[in-house]
Write a protein that binds this ligand. Structure first.
Ligand SMILES: CC(=O)[C@@H](O)[C@H](O)COP(=O)(O)O
Ligand SMILES: NCC(=O)COP(=O)(O)O
Length: 245
């Protein structure tokens, strides 16, 4: 049986921090906990609007991560320069729209071929492994291979957002076929986006997928799994104060 790896996306630790402008919760601390719990890599998306992860986080994570840093980024000169300076193990090129709540689809490698190819060449020339975040679409997979990327990350958002079982099954078939096609083109395959505790198993079962990148659902689950202790710790502190401890 082939092993499957888990990359944990910690963007939304930073979302929570930035909501109050505090120094906590700290993505560096989150990465440490995730790694100790078995994460095989840490993923962050440095968005152009810096709505969650900021440059300082990426710099500190680069110094502290013990597994691998996967830097998700738009294909812009600004981000390419940052990646060259930070030297993540992986750079995942993603599409970005300023007004979107989260990434809405895969990168259009066909429509931006020269730009993506040049970015692959530039980053891989620096020893950074490039992954292209794309839909399970034959034309995009072919273009990704032609652009020289070593990996693709198949966008599982359409599967995650399926409105019924038939739609989910249709998306699963598309993803399975995409994985097989990508492998036949010499690409290594990761997957991610919108995966959670109730929809991950059929994707994780697909042979050939090397790693799943999962963030939002894990951070959301952590809030509830940790809530009872957090409340009890606060109450204990207050009672200690009344007892003069
Ligand atoms: C590329 C991808 O699927 C996710 O990493 C997503 O882009 C994360 O960004 P947000 O956390 O802002 O949704
Ligand atoms: N590339 C996908 C990712 O990093 C995590 O996406 P999500 O689980 O936060 O939707």
């Amino acid at each position: 049986m082939q092993e499957i790896l888990l990359g944990i996306n910690i963007d939304h630790i930073a979302t929570l921090r930035n909501a109050r402008g505090t120094a906590y919760p700290d993505p560096v601390h989150a990465a440490d906990i995730a790694e100790r719990a078995g994460a095989d890599g840490i993923t962050v998306h440095l968005r152009e609007d810096r709505r969650h992860i900021i440059d300082r986080d990426v710099e500190l994570l680069r110094q502290t991560i013990n597994t691998r840093l996967n830097l998700e980024m738009a294909v812009t000169e600004e981000m390419l320069t940052i990646a060259e300076r930070i030297q993540p193990e992986y750079s995942c090129l993603v599409p970005e729209k300023r007004e979107e709540l989260t990434t809405e689809g895969g990168l259009d490698v066909v429509g931006n071929f020269e730009r993506v190819q040049a970015a692959c060449e530039r980053l891989q020339g620096q020893g950074i492994i490039v992954s292209l975040f794309i839909d399970a679409d034959e034309r995009q997979i072919d273009a990704a291979a032609k652009a020289g990327a070593k990996f693709i990350e198949i966008h599982t958002g359409h599967y995650a957002e399926a409105r019924n079982e038939a739609e989910a099954e249709q998306e699963l078939v598309r993803i399975r076929e995409g994985v097989a096609l990508a492998q036949s083109r010499g690409l290594k395959v990761n997957a991610g986006h919108g995966l959670h505790y109730h929809n991950v198993k059929p994707i994780a079962a697909i042979d050939g997928i090397i790693e799943l990148n999962i963030g939002h659902a894990v951070i959301a689950r952590a809030a509830f799994d940790g809530l009872a202790k957090a409340v009890a710790d606060m109450k204990a502190l207050m009672l200690q104060a009344r007892q003069g401890v």
